[in-house]
Design a protein around this ligand. Structure first.
Ligand SMILES: Cc1cc2nc3c(=O)[nH]c(=O)nc-3n(C[C@H](O)[C@H](O)[C@H](O)COP(=O)(O)OP(=O)(O)OC[C@H]3O[C@@H](n4cnc5c(N)ncnc54)[C@H](O)[C@@H]3O)c2cc1C
Length: 339
């Protein structure tokens, strides 16, 4: 295993920001990972585990060791006629894993097609799209405790999943490295979720009346490709902000001023699409210097020229937060991990 110094992270983050890591190494086995953690402990340096780099913004060089997790492998454990447990190692690419499940006719993850990143990262922010979140099919995960260097298994309850949230972003931040994730998937009588977003319209446009999980995945892929910029072509990290959830009273007060305010129930509170708030604040399609707000999806901040620094992107996001707060009294929260 090679440890490289002053390594450019440009190809390891979907914003394509040219930050440098003081040290960089790839861990293909658990032993590599433990060795690299010991390296960081001995030198009293921080470490950062990286998956696909699609939910991170480097605002400065990283003065520690960046560990690209490349643990690979998938195995299955049949439960009964209806369900199977599928274990995938953290370095598996998420979309390829979803495709693998669809080819095997394992249902549950199809609405989460084409989300960038790796399997090991999906529990961190409880990834979600088109009415499905990872928690809906999560069974357990195996983690490395970075304090004891021993492995532990966490089940659904242990992970405290919430909207783009989990224990890994809160009380256990930095404590665990996810080594593999186990999903509970259906093998027959799949529950198809086609009433969210434009899925049913896309299926109708494709002339599909009785969809299977593969049809749902293809519809989601088409919709995503038409709306979201491909990070390989233009640097971005998908939704930069979370959709704010506000008390009902605040929503009702806002609705008086903005009668067409879109909203969704979120328990006894109300979720408001951040993209709408940003668009109404005049940011959609706006570019300042090297950074812009995407012209089709206001929730996505882009590295417009390919030359943006992380600091420029961060400052641009602060301008959006200030502007939305000024107009609506709502403080947007960043979804992307800032370093
Ligand atoms: C075009 C685009 C569209 C997107 N659409 C969606 C969407 O629809 N829904 C959604 O939820 N997200 C979406 N995202 C965000 C992103 O794809 C997800 O958050 C994804 O899970 C990030 O995975 P990653 O491997 O790239 O994470 P990284 O960016 O590599 O890491 C993210 C954070 O997790 C930590 N981390 C990484 N791996 C591990 C591990 N094994 N153990 C512990 N910590 C770890 C990192 O240190 C970092 O803090 C989108 C991103 C893009 C670019």
């Amino acid at each position: 295993m090679e440890i490289q110094e002053n390594y450019s992270l440009k190809d390891h983050n979907s914003f394509q920001v040219n930050a440098k890591a003081r040290y960089f190494a790839k861990a293909s086995h658990l032993e590599d990972l433990i060795e690299l953690l010991q390296f960081s402990q001995q030198r009293k340096l921080p470490f950062l585990v990286l998956g696909g780099g699609s939910n991170i913004l480097f605002t400065q060089d990283y003065e520690g060791i960046v560990i690209a997790l490349e643990l690979r492998g998938i195995h299955e454990e049949k439960q009964n006629e209806d369900y199977i447990l599928v274990h995938a190692h953290s370095g598996e690419n998420w979309h390829q894993f979803v495709q693998y499940c669809i080819q095997k006719n394992y249902g549950g993850l199809e609405n989460l097609s084409l989300i960038p990143g790796n399997v090991g990262t999906c529990p961190i922010q409880n990834i979600g799209a088109y009415g499905v979140e990872i928690k809906d099919h999560f069974h357990s995960c195996v983690v490395l405790n970075t304090e004891t260097l021993l492995t532990e298994t966490l089940n659904l309850e242990d992970c405290h999943f919430g909207y783009r949230d989990s224990i890994f972003k809160n009380s256990a931040k930095g404590k665990y490295i996810i080594l593999s994730v186990c999903f509970k998937l259906s093998t027959q009588n799949h529950i198809l979720r086609q009433n969210y977003g434009a899925i049913s319209q896309q299926l109708a446009a494709d002339g599909i009346r009785n969809p299977n999980i593969s049809d749902i995945a293809n519809a989601v892929i088409k919709i995503r490709q038409s709306k979201l910029p491909n990070p390989k072509e233009i640097g971005n990290a998908g939704s930069f902000f979370k959709n704010p959830i506000v008390p009902k009273e605040q929503y009702l007060a806002l609705e008086k001023q903005h009668p067409n305010l879109p909203h969704y129930p979120a328990g006894d509170q109300i979720k408001i699409p951040a993209g709408w708030l940003i668009e109404q604040s005049g940011w959609k399609g706006k570019v300042i210097g090297n950074v812009g707000c995407h012209s089709l999806q206001a929730l996505v901040i882009i590295n417009a020229t390919g030359k943006a620094t992380g600091k420029e992107i961060y400052d641009f996001s602060s301008l959006i937060i200030d502007s939305v707060h000024h107009q609506f009294g709502i403080t947007l929260e960043r979804e992307v991990n800032i370093l």
